[in-house]
Design a protein around this ligand. Structure first.
Ligand SMILES: O=C(O)CCC(=O)C(=O)O
Ligand SMILES: [Fe+2]
Length: 273
C-alpha cells in the first residue's frame, strides 16, 4: 500500500522572509545569545541592567507633533539625507523615555549572526514586526524571542516619520539598536523589507557614531561622517540600497542613554502591503 507522508510541521521561514504567523506562542529563545564581549579594551557594559529612564521627561503621547522638526535643509551624502540636529534636547529626552518603555516590554539582546556569533549591538524592536537574526539568516517576525509580541511604535516616532516622509504609509517596524562602548555594525544593505520603495528613517541618540556610506555594490570608495544625538538620516530613493555601517562610537560623551552609549532607531515599512 502506498503511504502518503504528511508533513507534520510547517516549513521553516527562509532567510529574508516574513514569519507572519498569527499570535505569538511561548517558545524557547534561540535567536539571541547574551555574553557578547568586546574584543578591544573597552569596558564591557553590555550585560548591565538598563537603568530606569528619566521619568521627568515629557510623556511621548503628550508631545505635540509641532514641537518636532526644525527643518533646515538636509545635508546630502551620497543620497542619504542627513538632518543635523533635527531633534532638540526636549525631543531627544522624550524619545529616550519612549525607548526606556520599549526596553521594559522588550529587553535589548544580542542577535546571533548566521555564522553563530553574537552581534556587538544589542537590539530590540517595536511595531507589528521586529527584526530577527539567527543561523538561518535575517527576517522580520511578529514575536519576540520569548514569544511575546513587540511593543507598539511610540506615537512620537510616527509623528516624526509623517513629518519627514508624508502621511501615506506608516512604518510597521522600529529597530532599536543599543551601542555600548566597543559596539559596531559592519557594512550592510537594508534589504529585508518587502517593498524597498519606502525609505528608512534613522535617528541617533546619545554618543556620537561614525557612519560609513559606500555603494550599491560591495566595496568601492566610502565616505564617513559623525552622527550626533538628535541627527536624523533618511535613506531613500536611489540611496535606499547603499551599503553602510557604523565603524565605532565615541563612548562617554553624552549622558542621554542610561548606562552610557548610543541608541539608534530605524523606522521601516517592513511587511508586505
Ligand atoms: O546605527 C546606525 O546609525 C545604523 C543602523 C543600521 O544601519 C541598521 O540598523 O540597519
Ligand atoms: Fe542599516
Amino acid at each position: 500500500m502506498e503511504r502518503v507522508r504528511v508533513r507534520s510541521r510547517p516549513p521553516r521561514p527562509y532567510p529574508g522572509s516574513f514569519n507572519l504567523a498569527q499570535g505569538c506562542p511561548p517558545r524557547f529563545a534561540t535567536l539571541y545569545r547574551s555574553g557578547f564581549r568586546p574584543r578591544k579594551r573597552a569596558p564591557d557594559t553590555t550585560g548591565q541592567e538598563i537603568a530606569p529612564v528619566n521619568q521627568d521627561a515629557p510623556a511621548p503621547a503628550d508631545r505635540p507633533a509641532s514641537l518636532f522638526p526644525r527643518r533646515a535643509a538636509a545635508e546630502d551624502v551620497r543620497g542619504f539625507l542627513v538632518h543635523r540636529g533635527l531633534l532638540d534636547e526636549a525631543a531627544q529626552a522624550a524619545l529616550m523615555a519612549a525607548v526606556g518603555a520599549i526596553w521594559q516590554a522588550a529587553p535589548p539582546l544580542h542577535p546571533v549572526t548566521r555564522w553563530g556569533r553574537p552581534m556587538s549591538v544589542a537590539m530590540t524592536s517595536a511595531g507589528a514586526l521586529g527584526w530577527a537574526s539567527d543561523r538561518r539568516g535575517y527576517r522580520y517576525d511578529p514575536c519576540q524571542p520569548d514569544g511575546r509580541p513587540w511593543p507598539a511604535i511610540p506615537a512620537l516616532l510616527l509623528d516624526l516619520w509623517r513629518s519627514l516622509t508624508g502621511p501615506a504609509v506608516l512604518p510597521d517596524s522600529c529597530l532599536v539598536n543599543l551601542y555600548r562602548a566597543g559596539a559596531r555594525m559592519g557594512m550592510h544593505q537594508d534589504r529585508d523589507e518587502a517593498d524597498l520603495s519606502h525609505p528608512v528613517v534613522s535617528i541617533s541618540l546619545g554618543d556620537d557614531a561614525l557612519l560609513r556610506i559606500g555603494n550599491p555594490e560591495r566595496g568601492g570608495t566610502t565616505q564617513s561622517l559623525w552622527l550626533h544625538s538628535g541627527d536624523v538620516v533618511v535613506m531613500g530613493g536611489a540611496a535606499r540600497l547603499l551599503h553602510h555601517g557604523i565603524d565605532r562610537i565615541r563612548p562617554g560623551r553624552a549622558a542621554l542613554v542610561p548606562g552610557g552609549g548610543r541608541v539608534n532607531l530605524t523606522l521601516r515599512v517592513a511587511g508586505p502591503a
